[in-house]
Design a protein around this ligand. Structure first.
Ligand code: AGP
Length: 367
């Protein structure tokens, strides 16, 4: 069928808005709501024998992998190694028996990721592929195919594929944890219930679109923008910076909040907006103190948090964006929305070609 933009101005906007529906669709395939279990395709290898996971991907898919590393380690207690595909093959990675490689790719055709997959297969690794195009080369070559069900993604900036990748990876981490005897029925039930809340929470995040658009005006004149986050919000900071760079052509960096004081804080002045991604929770205080170090040096902060977080630390910020209060497991899916929308609105205000940014291709088939 012909894919059109419906009543949206760009494919990217349409795809951002599709997220509650496509994430629900993805979760439906991976969760058994009737008995609150995760249900994944059964691989033809023994999951309980997996002793090590290696995640390889590029760009936004790589950032989904960075988030997933926290989950695999936390739930399944399996060591996880992660690398960008273009580096992985050139560093003599150690791949022992019992190793699982997870490739993550919207297109399933990215040349670097495919080359990493093939290299790992030769080294005896089992291969799981989290891909959005079920007919793609990676889908065909994997031992275990985990489709993301996001539907065709047309905008060069990846949005809905990312949140669906996160949904699949969370379910997969839970599945591996269960296979390894690290997730009892009660914990699994809780996890499934939190995951099932994601679509509504993403919808709640979309409700702040206008506030984010208003805020985008402050970012348009900037030459550089910093994004900060801790824990699973660190990859989101990287993702926010990538989105802004690729469609608005504003230079941006994502940093682990605690790493600021080791160098990048020297960049801070009143001309560099700093976007802080910090849901309330165990890491909040630490991130806020990093944020205050920025403010003390004249930095203009935009705080993205929930109601409690904004109440506690919003004073003195250039702007705040209030997200729904959610469980930490689904926070990366929810906080993806404001970073996507911010990049989108800045790009629209700058008049760039949002769906087809310069120098970029949707699928990168050269190494
Ligand atoms: C993200 O917005 C990108 N345009 C890009 O980084 C992309 O995520 C990367 O090229 C990987 O593509 P893939 O998921 O199809 O492998």
């Amino acid at each position: 069928a012909m894919i059109d933009k419906g009543n949206h101005r760009h494919f990217m906007q349409k795809e951002i808005y599709e997220q509650p529906v496509v994430v629900a669709q993805t979760l439906k395939a991976y969760l058994q709501r009737m008995d609150d279990r995760v249900s994944l395709p059964i691989p033809d290898f023994d999951l309980s024998a997996i002793r090590r996971v290696t995640i390889v991907a590029c760009g936004t898919s790589y950032y989904a992998g960075m988030v997933a590393k926290y989950w695999f380690e936390q739930f399944a207690r399996v060591p996880v190694d992660i690398d960008v595909a273009s580096e992985f093959r050139y560093r003599a990675p150690v791949m022992e028996d019992g190793g699982l490689m997870i490739v993550i790719s919207q297109s399933g055709e990215t040349a670097d990721t495919l080359a990493a997959l093939r290299h790992a297969r030769e080294e005896g690794q089992k291969i799981a592929a989290v891909v959005n195009v079920p007919t793609s080369t990676m889908a065909r070559e994997a031992d275990l195919l985990l489709p993301t069900n996001a539907g065709p993604e047309i905008g060069v900036a990846s949005t809905k594929a990312f949140t669906c990748q996160l949904a699949v990876l969370a379910a997969f981490a839970a599945n591996l944890a269960r296979a390894k005897g690290r997730l009892d029925a009660k914990a699994e039930k809780e996890l499934v219930r939190h995951l099932a809340e994601a679509p509504a929470a993403i919808n709640g995040a979309l409700a702040y679109d206008e506030a984010i658009e208003a805020m985008a005006h402050h970012i348009v004149p900037a030459r550089d923008v910093l994004y900060l986050g801790r824990g699973t919000d660190y990859p989101l900071a990287l993702e926010g910076a990538l989105k802004l760079k690729e469609i608005s052509y504003i230079h941006a960096e994502g940093y682990a909040a605690g790493e600021m004081k080791h160098g990048p804080i020297a960049l801070i002045d009143e001309l560099v907006p700093v976007i802080v991604i910090a849901p309330s929770g165990p890491l909040f205080e630490k991130t806020v103190s990093n944020m205050q170090e920025v403010q003390a040096r004249g930095g203009k902060v935009v705080l993205i948090s929930d109601y409690d977080g904004v109440q506690a630390a919003g004073e003195g910020c250039l702007a705040t964006i209030t997200m729904p209060k959610v469980h930490p497991l689904i926070a990366p899916m929810v906080y993806a929305v404001p970073v996507q929308l911010l990049a989108y609105h800045v790009a629209v205000l700058k008049g760039t070609d949002v769906d087809q940014p310069r120098n970029l291709a949707k699928s990168v088939t050269v190494e």
